[in-house]
Design a protein around this ligand. Structure first.
Ligand code: BES
Ligand code: MN
Ligand code: ZN
Length: 505
């Protein structure tokens, strides 16, 4: 998708569709009652011609400006555009980049399905700066353009070729915002493509090959290690999972170290890369098991984040580590009751082979520390329990350091991604103590997201650490107007923004 930036008269542009945002300026009643006055919709643009064209449909009351309300006018008089699409953005006072991102995504999806190939968006007049608005539109458009129907033989080849953003303001500043948003949007969809692939086409080796190819393209250092190195590093927890599969595991290490970056801090991003999770000997029920191809979403997220970082070039060292393997039952697979020795030296009694994510991450976190990371963030589709706690609406966040958490939370809020902190105190660790070894890999029936986090915390040790459990959020169970069903790319935008500012604060 080509992105153009234009500052001219909107009426003059020849496009298949001009998109404008409709907001509602009605305010809540002064007496504090919940009902609001009648909607007072208006097109949020200073462009008089566009306002004139939309005047009739707005005064008819058919357009109220409510969120994602969509009205398409054909051959709008006085405009060179073939269509005018009015999209609602809700209450003007509450209008945010989140709304604008959704509007752009919804515009892409509805126009794409109609066979439209190019369109233009009028940046709305609102409290957002032009640069923030342009960024939201471009990111939203990339979110919307992704579809997961890769292997449908009648898949529509046709897609949106170009998007023109109309904006008034400092051109070079706007161009910078658009360029950055493209990097973020393309990285997001790179991750989503990796996650969407089925496990027969996305083995640990294939995931590693994608990482290498991407790294070469953007100038990252990328090393991929196999079973020999995993054993040599004494990653007994990682290997315990990998030993059951005929597919070779991959330890993927991507390093971003720009010249002039200070020696410290070093941000370590560790991703769970289970390319298929059968549960192993503690095998999962077959119903819904097909979804376990997305158990490498945390790893794919870190690969996408590293891509964006390499292109956005913050002055800080970042290391991305992905522990990739299948979790399979076989004659070579680990069994409940087995004891594994992790890289850190801690011993682990395997209670349930389906709790494999924490095993591979334990060694990933330990290795990140050995490589000199001073701060750690992991992302993983780790537990069904986090889905019970937070549903599909929030990423579960765990931290061993309040200040580190606070600075990340600021960024994720700004990025508009819903995340919620869950506890990881010592009581949860007590639930994972084994009578024969240091730890068990499960913590009993209750508080499963927190016991998993407490287990991981043992391997982050004293290093400031955040754990993102994305089991409920990495996959959209149903499509929304602005996003397809399938991989969501959650956490990526927050992590990219966080890495960009990391070390500056
Ligand atoms: N990959 C799963 C977690 C998961 C569940 C991801 C649902 C996405 C959707 C993980 O490896 C797992 O199986 N966890 C177990 C842990 C249990 C055995 C302690 C779980 O949550 O049931
Ligand atoms: Mn599992
Ligand atoms: Zn898993």
């Amino acid at each position: 998708m080509k992105i153009n930036l234009l500052n001219s008269n909107a009426a003059e542009i020849e496009t298949e569709c001009l998109v404008a945002v409709v907001l509602d300026r009605a305010e809540a009643r002064a007496d504090g009652r919940r009902e609001t006055d009648k909607p007072q919709a208006y097109v949020a643009t200073g462009d008089k011609t566009v306002q004139e064209v939309a005047a009739d449909v707005i005064s008819s009351g058919e357009v109220t400006g409510k969120n994602l309300e969509s009205t398409l006018l054909h051959r709008p008089a006085k405009l060179k555009a073939k269509r005018l699409l009015l999209l609602g953005g809700g209450k003007a006072k509450k209008f945010s980049p989140v709304d604008l991102r959704k509007i752009a995504g919804a515009a892409v999806r509805s126009l794409k399905s109609k066979g439209v190939r190019n369109f233009a968006v009028l940046l709305p007049d609102s409290s957002l700066s032009a640069a923030d608005a342009a960024k939201a539109v471009v990111e939203g458009a990339f979110i919307g353009i992704f579809d997961s129907d890769t292997y449908k033989s009648d898949r529509k080849k046709q897609s949106i070729d170009s998007l023109t953003v109309f904006a008034k303001g400092d051109h070079s500043q706007l161009q910078k915002a658009v360029d950055e948003a493209r990097i973020i949007g393309e990285s997001l969809n790179f991750t989503r493509q990796l996650v969407n692939e089925p496990s027969n086409r996305m083995t640990p080796t294939v995931l590693a090959d994608h990482s290498k190819k991407m790294s070469q393209e953007v100038g990252l250092k990328c090393e991929v290690y196999g079973a020999d190195k995993i054993k040599e590093l004494k990653m007994g927890a990682f290997w315990g999972v990998a030993q059951g599969s005929d597919e070779p595991p991959a330890l993927i290490v991507m390093t971003y170290e720009p010249s002039g970056a200070p020696a410290k801090p070093v941000l370590g991003l560790v991703g769970k890369g289970i390319t298929f999770d059968t549960g192993g000997i503690s095998i999962k029920p077959s119903e819904g098991m097909e979804k376990m191809k997305y158990d490498m979403a945390g790893g794919a997220t870190m690969i996408g984040v590293m891509r964006a970082i390499a292109l956005l070039k913050p002055k800080v060292k970042v290391i991305g580590i992905v522990c990739a393997t299948e979790n399979m039952p076989s004659g070579k697979a680990q069994k409940p009751g087995d004891i594994q020795t992790a890289m850190s030296g801690k011993t682990i009694e395997i209670i349930n082979t389906d709790a494999e994510g924490r095993l591979v991450l334990a060694d990933g976190l330990c290795y990140a520390r050995q490589l000199g990371c001073t701060h750690l963030i992991d992302a993983a589709t780790l537990t069904g329990a986090v889905v019970v706690a937070l549903g599909y609406a929030n990423v579960g966040v765990f931290a061993n350091d309040d200040a580190f958490y606070e600075s990340f939370a600021k960024t994720s809020t700004k990025a508009g991604e819903n995340m919620w902190r869950l506890p990881v105190n010592d009581e949860y660790l007590d639930m994972t103590r084994s009578s024969i070894a240091d730890l068990m890999n499960t913590g009993g029936r209750w508080g499963g997201a927190s016991t998993a986090a407490a287990f991981l915390r043992e391997f982050a040790e004293e290093t400031p650490w955040l754990h993102l459990d994305i089991a409920g959020t990495a996959w959209m169970e149903e499509q929304k107007p602005w996003i397809a069903k399938g991989p969501s790319g959650v956490a990526l935008r927050s992590l990219i923004e966080f890495a960009r500012n990391f070390g500056n604060s």
